[in-house]
Design a protein around this ligand. Sequence first.
Ligand code: FAD
Length: 331
Amino acid sequence: MTAAVPRSSGPPSPANGAPPVVTAAVAALEERLARSPLAPAVRRRHPLGPRTTYRVGGPALLFVPVRNRAALDLIASCTAGSEAPVLVLGRGSNLLVADAGFNGLALALEGDLAGFGVSGTAVRAGGGAPLPKLARRTVAEGLTGFEWAVGVPGSVGGAVRMNAGGHGSDMAAVLDEAEIVDLRLGSAFTAAAADLGLGYRTSNLAPHQVVAEARLRLAPGDAEAGRAALAEIVAWRRANQPGGHNSGSVFTNPDGDSAGRLIDAAGARGLRMGTARVSPKHANFIQSDEGGSAADVVALMAEVQRRVAESCGVDLVPETCLVGFDPGAAS
Ligand SMILES: Cc1cc2nc3c(=O)[nH]c(=O)nc-3n(C[C@H](O)[C@H](O)[C@H](O)COP(=O)(O)OP(=O)(O)OC[C@H]3O[C@@H](n4cnc5c(N)ncnc54)[C@H](O)[C@@H]3O)c2cc1C
């Protein structure tokens, strides 16, 4: 089969248990951070698994929780010009981190950067703001257009990066503009939604470009109808999607078809490899056991791709972002 290229971030990590490879670029960045006012916040070998909905995967060599815009700008001044890999963590609902972890700097947007405000039909939300909470707030404010996000357990920044969507809508439909901090350039810019290359579960944002804030434009609606729509979406999700540790749809839907249907047709529904299994409830979901491994999830992804290619002639493309894996891990 043709190798499907996963969205992979960062260099492959060494085998689990081996000491992390600290490249010269990462060592230099660590030194810069240590000399900056951020030094007390920097954590080394910080576990990423618990920050993802799969609950598997190893640590980030360097990790900084970022609570406000000033701190984000300070980080950008440290990363400017650096080649060290960076990973912006949202709520980890579309990420699979390798068991050996991520040999770079991981950031999580918290505090002010996870807040939001509504004024008329305009919504301003920090990149770390949780989508379900924001969806409920917009409905409570009598707005419509963001109800779909109640069922997507990600952050606003992650949703911009992925152009998340569902129930007939997506971020592209509501996003006005985004404030982006470019960690390589060490500077910020405002991008209109039209300039972000938003397509089906994709954007043109690079791993070093952080969505610090998103500005949405919604429409006036009826709060009662909005609450009914939220309830319907939540009920639909409960009825149709599995629980447990997963990252939502594993593969994007090929044109005119559904990845779940193809996986089912290939006989892979319920397929298990070690601690990971294809959900019997929804074939495009993989569930990881408590205490499972990322290696099992990625091996299962590859096996599903192999079976679908063999029996249906379709190369499934991962929607899940792979971090710290060899680029061929799920192909
Ligand atoms: C049960 C379940 C149901 C789901 N249903 C849907 C669905 O209906 N529709 C859908 O589209 N998705 C769905 N998803 C997938 C996921 O929730 C979305 O892709 C979501 O947008 C990811 O957001 P996140 O904050 O969790 O991002 P993460 O998983 O943390 O990261 C995903 C990517 O976004 C980048 N990123 C995160 N934050 C930022 C930021 N502030 N700035 C720049 N880049 C950033 C990361 O670096 C990474 O490349 C589902 C997941 C689960 C677990």
